[in-house]
Design a protein around this ligand. Sequence first.
Ligand SMILES: [Mn+2]
Length: 231
Amino acid sequence: MTAFRRIAANSRGRDLAVGDIHGHFKRLRECLEAVGFDPLVDRLFSVGDLVDRGPGSAQALQWLAEPWFHAVQGNHESLAVNHLRGGRVDLDMYRAAGGGWFLDLPKAEQVRFVEVFERLPIALQVDTAGGPVGLLHADSPFDDWAQLCASLQAGDDLQVREVCQWSRRRLKEGDSRPVKGLRALLVGHTPVLEIKVLGNVWHLDTGGWSRGHFSLLELDGLKPLSARPGA
Ligand SMILES: [Mn+2]
């Protein structure tokens, strides 16, 4: 698995990022249409948690097959991988967190999803004209992006991965120290009412999968787009 991936700047169109999706691809598609997303030249970057909770989790595979869609692995994709690959997963917790659709799939179907989910990087770097933008699901275990890249490339460190996919520490503590080496780090995992920026860490999960709305952030200008359909 390539736990760290770097993607070159987009010279043809716009790059957008979005928070947790949790099976609400239909709502997300409406938001993309509202901002005139052009799949021929634009790209969409996801901070992970594509599945569980919403009605359309199975569509994750079609989206991940699109050349314009890139995602890191969230804790929910990680739960699916661990469950199938023999890791320890609390099944009651997993079902309560929306994983029932996956647990109830025939094994051969579970394999189709996991083979895609386990290839998703833990961290992604997208180059922009203004400098590199990083994405991961929850939080960075290091205050230096280069250190995280080196760690992810050196091998699978469970503690590093755990913070990347599960931590809520930065938001809880209101820690506004920046992550060095990045223009911005984009994360999700913990729902916020509006995009919340701490240091250079942008929390993008504005609950589009729940009672909130999807926020689309344009990477070149670090500018949130108004993505509310009909608004
Ligand atoms: Mn999450």
